[in-house]
Ligand binder design. Structure first.
Ligand SMILES: C[S@@+](CC[C@H](N)C(=O)[O-])C[C@H]1O[C@@H](n2cnc3c(N)ncnc32)[C@H](O)[C@@H]1O
Length: 241
């Protein structure tokens, strides 16, 4: 517990772990299944025999997907319950209880590091970026799947008196701040940071941006028109030169 009895972000994740495991199931939630997994699939390199780190793996759903693509998977997460669940479902990969800010693994270990909806949960991105840079091999790839930086500083849709969505608010964009979120029995903390800051952590250290995607649901999907107006997610790939 923090000194004033307010749970820390990590304690909130520990408390929410079982709810999260139930919530994700085997195939992930709607956004992962319909929007993010298909877009990520398009840009993943051939993973056969490649060393891959899943940074903030949660209960390990996508680590198992990486393994099914032939990758040699290591995955870290600071929540013990996630790590034991992931190990149970995939005893062959390496699951380590660790924060991204300090990872007990040797330099130049990975061909690919994937952060799948985790940078918004990570408290110290400066320390995390140093670990990513240290752990990636030269020419290694970093793929970040995340909430759009616009979507992490919104209060949602502004509606008229009939409930029609007029526009989505964006405010405090260039600030760095945390927010407390609660939905479906989960309580967590997320962090907003501007896009230039996150990309700068890597572009200022000899990385090049190789892909930037704003993935949308399929056109026939109910959420398509809303997401077309203001997409919730971004995926970017960077290469260590
Ligand atoms: C939204 S979940 C995503 C989990 C998984 N990647 C997925 O897509 O289902 C965010 C994860 O980030 C983890 N996390 C929170 N703080 C972290 C930190 N400092 N370092 C690494 N992971 C962290 C949480 O424990 C949680 O498993």
């Amino acid at each position: 517990m923090s000194t004033n009895n307010t749970p820390t972000p990590h304690e909130k994740w520990q408390k929410s772990a079982q709810t999260w495991i139930n919530h994700q199931g085997q195939s992930g939630d709607y956004a992962r299944r319909v929007v993010l997994d298909p877009a990520l699939e398009e840009i993943l390199p051939n993973l056969e025999g490649k060393t891959v780190l899943d940074l903030g793996c949660g209960e390990g759903r996508y680590s198992r997907t990486l393994k099914s693509k032939g990758a040699i998977v290591t995955a870290i997460d600071p929540v013990a319950e996630f790590i034991s669940h992931a190990k149970l479902l995939d005893p062959e990969s390496t699951y380590i209880e660790s924060f991204a800010e300090s990872i007990p693994l040797p330099d130049n270990s990975f061909d690919l590091i994937l952060s799948y909806l985790t940078i918004i949960d990570i408290d110290d991105m400066e320390a995390t970026s140093k670990e990513i840079i240290r752990l990636l091999k030269p020419n290694g790839q970093l793929i970040i799947v995340t909430l759009s930086n616009m979507a992490s500083c919104t209060d949602g849709w502004y509606k008229d008196e009939n409930g029609k969505k007029l526009f989505r608010t964006v405010d405090r964009y260039m600030e760095h701040f945390s927010m407390n979120l609660a939905w479906s029995g989960l309580e967590i903390t997320n962090y907003h940071r501007p896009l230039s800051y996150v990309l700068g952590l890597f572009l200022n250290h000899s990385f090049v941006l190789t892909k930037l995607i704003e993935p949308l649901p399929p056109k026939e999907d109910d959420y398509y028109s809303e997401e077309f107006r203001c997409p919730t997610f971004q995926i970017y790939a960077l290469r260590k030169e």
